[in-house]
Design a protein around this ligand. Structure first.
Ligand code: NI
Length: 249
């Protein structure tokens, strides 16, 4: 079940049976020579949609622009400042809690978002803690899960790509987008075959260190078939992970 394909009476009815929602969150940033700019948003979106279709869990619209300043030396990248992103996550959450949602599961596709999402959670909880004397319990619980950290998913990705998985423009994430959008598959030879590793600083430094955008990866190995395996495993794991979040104290 997807929020943006539902009517308000359907959301009203959903709230009678559940106070939880999964919100995919990602980034619009370069993903190397054969990776889609939307990769980090597409991955959590397609995995969450599959989980929502199978289980009836409500999936929110994808928060698809994140903290990607280090990719801005590559055309097409769009980035929010951390402060802007914190404010936007706060407002998305406040809108949902106004209607009665109490458990917001942020399903993330971009490592660069993690610190900012956690800071947004502190802003959300801090607002409640600071303003409501004597009510130092949060009416809302937020949760962050990176899709590649769902149970069994990391092992599967390492098994599918024992060499050249890497850490940015990974073979796994590019495979997931190819499974979702087979018409967008791009055949590109990688030079060098496996990209270098190194620290992430500002955008110009990034482009000097990683000239084609990849870090440690060989995404020319990516295939839609392997992406489909990842989506199947991750969507199944996501349902269980979300249910545990709903049931937790
Ligand atoms: Ni990525």
């Amino acid at each position: 079940m997807q929020l943006h394909q539902s009517s308000w009476p359907e959301i009203d009815a959903y709230l009678q049976r559940s106070k939880g929602i999964i919100v995919p969150i990602g980034s619009t940033e370069q993903h190397g020579p054969n990776g889609l700019l939307g990769t980090d948003a597409i991955c959590p979106e397609v995995i969450a949609r599959r989980a929502g279709d199978a289980s009836g869990i409500l999936i929110g619209p994808t928060f698809n622009v994140g903290q990607a300043q280090h990719h801005l030396a590559f055309p097409g990248t769009i980035s929010l400042r951390p402060s802007t992103m914190i404010a936007a996550i706060y407002d998305w959450t406040a809108s949902l809690t106004r209607h009665g949602f109490e458990r917001i599961y942020w399903f993330n596709g971009h490592g660069g978002n993690i610190a900012t999402i956690n800071a947004a959670f502190s802003e959300i909880y801090g607002d409640w803690s600071l303003k409501r004397a004597g009510a130092n319990t949060q009416p809302v619980r937020c949760f962050l899960r990176n899709w590649w950290e769902l149970g069994g998913v990391g092992d599967l990705c390492r098994q599918l790509f024992p060499v050249g998985e890497g850490s940015h423009a990974t073979a796994s994430e590019v495979s997931v987008t190819y499974a979702a959008y087979p018409d967008a598959v791009k055949q590109v030879e990688m030079t060098p075959k496996i990209a270098p590793n190194g620290p992430i600083l500002d955008a110009d430094d990034y482009r000097r260190r990683f000239p084609d955008g990849r870090i440690g990866s060989d995404p020319s190995q990516a295939t839609a078939e392997k992406g489909e395996k990842i989506i199947a495993a991750a969507s199944k794991a996501l349902v269980g992970d979300f249910e545990r979040f709903l049931a937790a104290n």
